[in-house]
Design a protein around this ligand. Structure first.
Ligand code: ADP
Ligand code: MG
Length: 261
């Protein structure tokens, strides 16, 4: 059994990419075979994994989607970068921004990524999709092929309004395209427990959403080391293994494993 988790929030800078990278590495560390898909034309995940010139990569997720749109065969492993024995990356680059336009007229345009996932999912225990900060067609594609959606929320501004819109989209996708879609949970990121503001946001989100959507007990603390990992192209476990962010991501990994497939 494998599980496809879309990491989504239309707000940028909430910790989606950081979470995909460290949850991916965490699961791989538990000897789960993991594929991380960068579905953001900004390619932050690809850059953070050390591919500093994504535009020069021979293949990216865009090539996969174009082949799917054109109903062409996809050679085995096309575009896949092996990071470690257990961790693979399907990178992205700016070409991905053009595909949104070419997908407009594609048949079943919401299900393009799903056809690909159906082919590769048997090779992996977990597939994590790093979504772009919008609720456009690419994010809908991710939600349409996911088993669950993990929603990072930065506990530094009042997120309620944006969350409502996201949750509405998730429900629509579930109703129309993917009845299997569940919530993996809301994950608070960059939490500064010293501030009353962060505490009140956590309380508020728990009150408003906690009954209908699972909220992870574990919170990712704000951490200078965590903010540096994309620059040094290391996971938090390699960069600051004993730090509080590494501990939190280890806990998150355990919780995701407990949820099971
Ligand atoms: P998104 O993918 O949602 O846009 P990122 O994962 O890129 O968000 O994170 C946004 C910014 O916040 C990045 O500069 C990242 O390094 C930083 N960041 C992520 N997690 C933490 C954390 N726990 N503490 C401090 N900074 C963080
Ligand atoms: Mg990102």
């Amino acid at each position: 059994m494998s599980k496809v988790i879309a990491v989504a929030n239309q707000k940028g800078g909430v910790g989606k990419t950081t979470t995909v990278m460290n949850l991916g590495a965490g699961l791989a560390g538990e000897e789960k075979k993991v594929l991380m898909i960068d579905l953001d034309p900004q390619a932050s995940l690809t850059l953070s994994m050390g591919y500093r010139e994504p535009d020069k990569l021979e293949y990216s997720v865009t090539d996969i989607l174009i082949r799917e749109v054109n109903d062409e065969d996809i050679p085995d492993e096309l575009g896949i970068i092996h990071i470690t024995e257990y961790l693979d990356l399907l990178p992205s680059n700016i070409d991905l921004s053009a595909i949104e336009v070419s997908m407009v007229n594609a048949m079943s345009r919401e299900l393009v990524l799903r056809s690909y996932i159906e082919i590769v999912r048997e090779k992996y225990d977990f597939i994590l999709i790093d979504c772009m900060p919008s609720l456009g067609i690419l994010t809908v594609n991710a939600l349409a092929c996911a088993d669950s959606v993990l929603v990072p929320v930065q506990a530094a501004y009042l997120p309620v309004k944006g969350l409502q819109q996201l949750i509405r989209t998730i429900h629509t996708v579930k109703r129309r395209l993917n009845s299997n879609l569940e919530f993996e949970g809301i994950l608070f990121t960059m939490v500064d427990r010293r501030t009353l503001y962060a505490k009140s946001i956590v309380t508020n989100v728990n009150e408003v959403y906690g009954k209908s959507i699972p909220v992870f007990q574990i919170e990712i603390p704000i951490s200078v080391k965590a903010s540096e990992i994309s620059m040094v192209a290391k996971t938090i476990y390699d960069y600051d293994p004993k730090g509080k962010a590494a501990n939190a991501y280890t806990e998150l990994t355990r919780e995701v494993l407990r949820h099971g497939c």
